[in-house]
Design a protein. Sequence first.
Length: 150
Amino acid sequence: MIKEYRISDREELLGVFKLNIPKYFAPKEVDDFLEYLDDHGDSYLTIEKDNKIVGGIGYLFNVSDKSGQITWIFLHPEYTDHGLGKQAVEHCMTLLKSNPEIVKLVVTTSQLAFRFFEKFGFILIKTGKDYWGPGLDLFLMEIQLNDEYV
């Protein structure tokens, strides 16, 4: 089940996030994630299974380049490969595509997850070595939604 993030979810969500360090996130990203929740909690979602939080995902509209961004997606390691990540990404893509101002969807991920996003039609635009931390490279991916995309 996908639900809107509530401040009361913060500690449980943070606990799940930390289970993904250092494999998917660098330790220094904990503070970035908490700041993101403070600034964009209104567009963050929790992924729940068996009445507990097992992951999270965010979405944003960037006015400057008219992009919809999928952000900070992660799952409890015991809940990967159950279709929850797919369900969450599809949910966010539907929300973002409903905004007629959005001309492209963007995700910034790593070499560990970019193949997952390819399944949704995201195309690799750029990479950056050790961008997130040692051994965690940037993979910038996009989907063009209409002809206004530049």
